[in-house]
Structure formats: structure tokens, C-alpha cells
Design a binder for this molecule. Structure first.
Ligand SMILES: [Zn+2]
Length: 303
């Protein structure tokens, strides 16, 4: 879609059938696949345009079966708009705002947004080249809810992040900024030690990196030079500032339980920053076959 904006988006998906057809194309690529038995091109479509029946196993299905839309009463049209807004707005969208836009309850909007985030949760990606690492505190209930290295009132959470310069990012909500929390994440993702360089602040947890065979340089904040040629963490500071704007300004309060999902949302937008809004909307659907999330799993204590 050229020059995607809200108006062209609305015109493209003006009713449920437009959305169903589009979802079918993205999921099955014109090869209708039975979610019950896996038969391809064995199903016929009823006249209502909604229901399919598989000739092989005789079972019925819709295009929503096996996706996060399956057990939702919300129209696909509203879902599509929610996905478009949630993936295209730089700082995200709150459930209060989304509920007003779509004419749904705030609780429903909250649930939709969490489902949309769940689909794009970060998978294990390998990191290469010049990498910046950082471990700020985030959130909290104090008046000065800023990202900071201080956690005097114990209400802040630690997020560990890495970013490849000119590449992708990952943000992980961790228990602490200790060695045992940070180093395994680096080891899991940075495996090509010879061709990777890691830059961080002077935090003690990174000291073991050299012993482990990594190239590691720390930014010396005390000697006045934040930027010392290549030794800087400016890139990841930019990533945090976006997350901070969202968590403080859009979402107001993010509970520890859900913080990882917000990290995933911001990380996803950063990692797809080369796409335009409609390309990113389509990209989101690449993941839609994989995940299914019910309200039960979302509100469960350990989900
Ligand atoms: Zn079948």
C-alpha cells in the first residue's frame, strides 16, 4: 500500500470480508490449509465467506482458527486497526486511548494490546559486530520516574539491553544487574567473540567479559568523556529514551509482571524501523500463526 495512513488503511480494510481475505492470503498464501488435519486446498468456502469445510476430515473452520483472533468477539477490522496503531506509533498506544478509538472497553483494549505484544516477543537472536550493553533501572512509583542507576526506594526494575550499532536491539527484564543476570544473556547471544566488540559503562558486572574472551571497553563517565571515539553507549541511550518516553508518558505505570512485554514492543519497533508502517503491519502477521494466547494465560500469575 503506497503512503499508508489511517485513511488509506481504513479504505483497504473497510469491512470484515476484506480483513478475512487478507488474513487468509497472509496465512495460507492462496493455499487454504485445514487447521484440523493440515490438508491443503481440500476445503470449500461457504457462501457466507466466513466458514470453510474440509473435504478430508469433514471439519469446519474459519481463517481465525489457530490465531490470536480465534476466541475473540472483537471484529477483525478493529483488530487490524489496533495492530496498525500499536506497531506504527513510536511511543505505543495506551489501552485508554485505544478503547476510545475503537469504541470498546478499556479492559478489552488492554487485553488486545497484550496479545499484540505477545506475538512479537523477542526471540533469541545472535548479535554481531559492535555492540553496546547497558542495565538501567526503569519504572517505579516515585515522582521522579526516570531511568536511573539508582533504586533507593526499591520500586524500580532492572532492564538489560544490548544493541548492535546500526542493527537490532534486545531488552530483557532481569532480576538484578549482577553478573549472574547479565553475563548469561551476553554469552547466549554474542557467540562470535573474534568479530564482536562490546561497549558498556563501568558497571562491575561486565568485568568478567575480558576473562571470558570478549573484547570489552568501558565508557569512562567520570573523566568527563562520555564519547571517546568508538567507546560510547550513545546508541543504546537512544533506545532507552524511547522506552522511557513510552513507559512514563504513554503507559504511566508498568507492573513488573508485564514489563518484559513493553520491552518487546519497543524492541520490535526499533528492530523494524527500516519498514514503513504498512510493511511493519504485514511483518507482524508473520508471527501470527505461531502464537495463541487466551485471557486465562494472560492473567495467570506466572504467565
Ligand atoms: Zn481437515
Amino acid at each position: 500500500m503506497k503512503e499508508a495512513n489511517l485513511l488509506t488503511f481504513y479504505e483497504r480494510f473497510k469491512d470484515e470480508q476484506d480483513c478475512r481475505d487478507y488474513l487468509a492470503k497472509l496465512r495460507w498464501n492462496d493455499k487454504t490449509t485445514c487447521p484440523h488435519c493440515g490438508s491443503i486446498n481440500e476445503a470449500y468456502k461457504y457462501k457466507d465467506g466466513k466458514l470453510f469445510k474440509c473435504k478430508a476430515c469433514k471439519k469446519q473452520f474459519t481463517v481465525k482458527v489457530g490465531t490470536i483472533f480465534e476466541d475473540s468477539q472483537i471484529s477483525l477490522q478493529k483488530w487490524f486497526l489496533a495492530i496498525y496503531l500499536a506497531t506504527s506509533l513510536k511511543s505505543g498506544i495506551s489501552s485508554v486511548q485505544l478503547s476510545k478509538y475503537l469504541g470498546i472497553t478499556q479492559k478489552t483494549a488492554w487485553f488486545m494490546l497484550h496479545r499484540i505484544r505477545k506475538v512479537i516477543e523477542m526471540e533469541d537472536m545472535a548479535f554481531f559486530g559492535d555492540i553496546e550493553a547497558d542495565e538501567p533501572y526503569i519504572g517505579g512509583k516515585t515522582q521522579n520516574r526516570q531511568l536511573s542507576k539508582r533504586n533507593k526506594d526499591n520500586t524500580k526494575e532492572v532492564v538489560f539491553g544490548m544493541v548492535e550499532r546500526k542493527g537490532k536491539t534486545v531488552m530483557k527484564h532481569v532480576k538484578s544487574s549482577g553478573v549472574s543476570s547479565l553475563i548469561p544473556i551476553i554469552q547466549g547471544r554474542v557467540q562470535q567473540k573474534d568479530s564482536s566488540r562490546i561497549f558498556s559503562d563501568e558497571w562491575g558486572s561486565y568485568r568478567s567479559l575480558k576473562k571470558l574472551g570478549y573484547f570489552h571497553e568501558k565508557v569512562n563517565h567520570h573523566k568527563g568523556g562520555y564519547v571517546n571515539g568508538e567507546v560510547h553507549t550513545n546508541t543504546i541511550e537512544g533506545v532507552w529514551s524511547q522506552l522511557k518516553r513510552g513507559v512514563n508518558g504513554v503507559y504511566h505505570h508498568v507492573s513488573a509482571k508485564h514489563l518484559q512485554k513493553y520491552c518487546d514492543e519497543y524492541g520490535y519497533r526499533y528492530n523494524t524501523r527500516g519498514l514503513d508502517d504498512f510493511e511493519r503491519f504485514n511483518d507482524w502477521f508473520n508471527f501470527v500463526n505461531k502464537k495463541r494466547l487466551t485471557y486465562k494465560t494472560l492473567v495467570a500469575k506466572n504467565s
